[in-house]
Design a protein around this ligand. Structure first.
Ligand code: C2O
Ligand code: CU
Ligand code: CU
Length: 493
């Protein structure tokens, strides 16, 4: 809501400015009423960028589906998985088959659990009728394994990639990244989760029974047509495709049954464009324990959290200590019911969230580094650019040395309409937020990130280091903006 107000304010000012330039054209009209009408109209249209359509309330009719954990191809010394993009049909609505695509199944994908230190081989297979890629969002791997648009697999093609998992415990995800086709493929169902575990994550005592008290939640809003199909072309909006129907882990009208204990919710905004501000309808607070790329140093108590597309957060809700458990639900900023909770009488573990969870630091040296990369995000619809340019697969925009930290300054330049939030993502790295408009980021952003929301006219400085070499994308994670060219490339040498 704050964002909308801010946007309206910025827009209002910009609009008044624009109006005064047109003064002479409006001589005969009642200017002030004119201003008001247009003001409201255009403001509404503008706010629409954010959330054009409200989400329907979940009726809670269906128990939330939990993605299966993917098993290794065979138990041997080598860790080998197969991930296959395929077509299928899914019964999202009772008795109706919806055409969907998925990984190793008809819709969405399994969860891949890696241990830090593992050397993993993944056999990727494309069984779609179109090209695709396999991108590991948030994973620090060489450019050749990252699955950007240069690594397309044609229909029927297979490719084995290999990497060593060398980053701390986190919730990451994977999705396709074919040039210009990412949004449609994600929309139709290609997305899966990655859990990275390490010694720390196993010893913290946080809820970790997968599907019981460690619950992944992939939020995706969709529009279904009269036949209950996902008709991407009909729903498509160049400024980001949104819908009125929320699926969580592909479940329509989900509810989650939990015990009276702490529940760890791993939130992933897997939507093409919608931003979510999550809260409990009881007004109770919850605790954030992790950002995109790892644990926070200390738990942070929050009453709401906003995630822009592709951002993640792990939160812990203490279902044993809330006063009102009847009709408890996760809601969004408009009060739409996203996920009703059914809290059973059964108790569970009573572990405390540790006060110290990680050792994330930003050094004085990092704080004092000069800005060496500037990124200007601009535009809307299909007129989106980074530093005035659209993506060109033949052009390398930046170079950076492997293992060397550089400060990137990302600025979201407003337009005469005020502008909109762009979630900015860099492949192949987890970075640190140094400042937002010169100020220290909030406590719950003092941790590893691979995507940050950048508000209109905001400047965010981040410290970026790549552990591996290769060509990586950086882009707006509103998928239609990405497909419309709001993307650049960095070569790490
Ligand atoms: Cu989620 Cu280019 O990535
Ligand atoms: Cu990515
Ligand atoms: Cu954008």
């Amino acid at each position: 809501m704050k964002r909308i107000l801010l946007l309206s304010l910025i827009f209002g000012i910009a609009f008044l400015g624009a109006c005064s330039q047109n003064d002479n054209k409006m001589n005969d009209m009642d200017q002030s009423s004119m201003e008001h009408e247009m003001d409201d109209d255009m403001m509404e249209e503008h706010m629409d960028h954010d959330d054009e359509v409200s989400l329907n309330d979940s009726t809670g009719k269906n128990e939330l589906k939990i993605p299966k954990e993917l098993e290794q191809d065979e138990k041997s010394k080598e860790i080998v998985y197969t991930v296959k993009a395929q077509k299928g049909e899914t019964e999202i609505f009772d008795g109706i088959q919806t055409d969907t695509i998925g990984y190793n199944g008809a819709f969405l994908g399994p969860m891949l659990r890696f241990d830090k230190g593992d050397t993993v081989k993944i056999k990727t297979i494309n069984e779609l009728d179109e090209e695709t890629t396999f991108h590991w969002h948030g994973l620090e791997v060489a450019g050749a394994a990252d699955g950007g648009p240069h690594s397309a697999l044609q229909p029927g093609e297979e490719k084995v990639i290999e990497f060593k998992v060398d980053q701390e415990a986190a919730t990451l995800w994977f999705h396709p990244h074919p040039d210009g086709q990412t949004s449609e493929q994600v929309y139709n169902g290609l997305a899966g989760l990655i859990y990275i575990e390490d010694e720390n994550s196993k010893s913290l005592g946080l809820p970790n029974e997968y599907g019981q008290n460690d619950i992944p939640l992939i939020f995706q809003d969709r529009t279904f047509d009269d036949e209950k199909q996902l008709n991407y072309d009909a729903a498509m909006n160049d400024d980001g495709t949104i819908g009125d129907t929320l699926l969580i882990n592909g479940t329509l009208n989900p509810k989650l049954t939990v015990k009276k204990e702490k529940g760890r919710l791993r939130l992933l905004n897997g939507s093409n464009a919608r931003n979510y501000t999550f809260k409990l309808n009881s007004g109770d607070s919850f605790t954030q324990v992790a950002t995109d790329g790892g644990f926070l140093n200390e738990p942070v108590t929050l009453e709401e959290i906003t995630l822009t597309p592709s951002e993640r957060a792990e939160i812990v809700v203490d279902f044993s200590s809330l006063d009102t458990l009847d009709d408890l639900a996760l809601i969004d900023e408009e009060g739409s019911i996203l996920l009703p909770f059914d809290v059973s009488e059964q108790g569970g573990k009573e572990e405390e969230i540790p006060e110290e969870m990680n050792q994330f630091t930003i050094t004085e040296e990092e704080k004092n580094l000069p800005v060496t990369k500037e990124v200007e995000l601009f535009g809307m619809m299909d007129k989106v650019t980074i530093n005035g340019k659209k993506f060109d697969p033949e052009r390398i925009d930046f170079t950076q040395e492997q293992g060397v930290t550089e400060v990137w300054e990302i600025y979201n330049k407003p337009d005469e309409m005020g502008g909109m939030i762009h979630p900015f993502h860099i492949h192949g790295t987890q970075f640190k937020i140094l400042s937002r408009n010169g100020k220290e980021p909030s406590k719950n952003e003092q941790g590893w990130k691979d995507t940050i929301s950048v508000e209109p006219d905001e400047t965010v400085k981040v410290a970026v280091q790549f552990q591996h070499k290769g060509v990586y994308m950086f882009h707006c994670h509103i998928l239609e903006h990405e497909d419309n060219g709001m993307m650049g490339q960095i070569k790490v040498e």
